[in-house]
Design a binder for this molecule. Sequence first.
Ligand code: SF4
Length: 261
Amino acid sequence: MAATGTNEWAKGKFNIQRGCEHGCRYCYALEESLRFGRVKDYEDWKCPVINFKKVSQNFRKRPYRIMFPTTHDITPKNINECELVLRSMLKSGNEVLIVSKPHMRCIQRLCDYLIDYQNQITFRFTIGSVLDVFLKFWEPGAPCFAERFEALEHAYNCGFETSVSCEPYLDASITELVRQVTPFVTDAIWIGKMNKVERRVDTTGWTDADREFITTVKCAQSDSAVARLAAALKDNPKVKWKESIKKVLGIPLATEAGKDE
Ligand code: SF4
């Protein structure tokens, strides 16, 4: 079976809370939580509830990389708990992929406190645009571009493995984004589309101006725009395409299955 979404990155996944105050409008975890009745509505989703049993869980060494988190983010509100969980995973020798729309003070803290485990950690920071107007609309509770970029530079300067996820990319500024982040990425820059827009994005009550943001995404993700993007970035060895782009470019898909925990 072809690997999609987070399965393209890690076999193991771990989360410690339900909900996420970043409140991204395209969030797959939000859509799934609504569908299965785990949260009442969008406002409920933005008031996260930590599962303390998971925070105090002991980890054994797993034979695969663990991605943390996948259905929420690391924020100033849960940084204590996230640090505890990460320390516990790392102490047992696990390899961890830390994925975040990064808050500078959280990343500073993780870089300081987890420095002894540096060889087991890769940071992957999600940045879908260099333009705050798009970031603010789609990811209203997440940090602005400058803060995310600063966090990337910081982790890189501290000697950690660093990576960027431009999934979803939000507009045509993607090539400029790749140009800016490339010097601070040791691993890869992943590029992917906003998936299942019709199903995941609730446009109830949107104005015409709001709908323009969807039009921008659709234009930037059209087959012809993807072909232009691939041509523009073909000489950058750090760029990797997510499954949504591979399909357009006719590249075979990876076949790793993921494991939820
Ligand atoms: S940061 Fe991730 S988990 Fe949180 S709302 Fe955004 S997409 Fe969903």
